[in-house]
Design a protein around this ligand. Structure first.
Ligand code: ZN
Length: 288
């Protein structure tokens, strides 16, 4: 088995862990169809994933983009013949932000002297998902088994889908759960993320899942998920308490949220997002 192979973590259920950003993609194989979870960050990388999938199964593929961050969906062109699912908010977000995301990555890679890799991003065609879901739970019929796309509310973004595979007690959490690094806050809703995880953990297809695949890092047990939920819930409580006290600046919010085990850069991003979301939503209320 090659290093780039998909690893079977449960019957017919695979994870491919990548060196770029320690990203995980998933594969769930049924009797009639296979579900591919996320497509990596460029067409070239997506094609390598597609080739690895074909080594496992010749079945028709269905794809889900868990959210609109480039590392999870810029490989879509390699799966353009498949039904590509995402939350309706992911399609909107990708349409709005793809070129900005691409230019940020290209600029970073050129600055860090990786022009060839930068070029693969330039050459990538962004393909939008077109099977769009809004429901809390969307079953994906794979033949003899069913996977479920589940939306639990705002968290890492406003459109994260997780994938539950209850027959093997497995959940692909995407970036709602992250192992090996702090949860990424850039587009997040820090006041709601913990609650969203609580709601998702109580979902009948998620509750008690033994195998939990984060968007990045190692496969973890339920206690890890629960611990991250607790940290994010504490963060929300501390942020809300600080806002109630009238704290209205990033440094002030960071100072009030230390001690939860999150890095200062994460707390800073969380503070920025909290203030941005609050002012945007206050503005929207005032305009009503
Ligand atoms: Zn993400």
């Amino acid at each position: 088995m090659s290093a780039s192979a998909l690893r079977e973590i449960a019957p017919g259920t695979y994870v491919r862990r990548h060196s770029e950003l320690d990203l995980n993609c998933g594969l769930v194989v049924g009797s009639e169809r296979a579900l591919v979870i996320d497509t990596r960050s460029t067409t070239e990388r997506g094609e390598a994933l597609a080739a690895a999938v074909r080594e496992i199964t010749p079945l028709e593929q269905v794809v889900v983009n868990t959210h609109a961050h480039y590392d999870h969906c810029f490989g879509n062109a390699a799966f353009r013949d498949s039904q590509i699912y995402a939350h309706v908010g992911a399609a909107e977000s990708l349409q709005r932000t793809a070129e900005h995301q691409r230019s940020q990555v290209v600029e970073h890679l050129r600055r860090t002297e990786r022009p060839e890799l930068a070029q693969t991003y330039v050459d990538t065609e962004v393909v939008l998902p077109f099977y769009l879901v809004e429901a809390e739970t969307t079953p994906i019929d794979l033949g003899d088994r069913t996977a479920y796309l589940i939306f639990g509310g705002r968290g890492h973004t406003d459109h994260d889908l997780l994938v539950a595979v209850p027959d093997v007690s497995t959940v692909f959490w995407a970036d709602l759960i992250e192992q090996g690094a702090d949860p990424a806050m850039d587009d997040s809703f820090p006041l709601e993320w913990g609650e969203t995880l609580t709601r998702l953990q109580e979902h009948p297809h998620v509750r008690g899942a033994r195998l939990n695949v984060p968007g990045h890092g190692e496969v973890v047990g339920p206690e890890f998920v629960d611990q991250q939920r607790q940290v994010l819930t504490h963060l929300a409580t501390e942020l809300a308490a600080a806002l109630d006290l009238g704290v209205q600046d990033v440094d002030g919010l960071v100072a009030k949220t230390r001690g939860l085990g999150l890095q200062d850069s994460t707390l800073r991003d969380a503070a920025v997002r909290t203030l941005e979301t609050r002012s945007r939503e206050a503005g929207a209320d005032a305009a009503r």
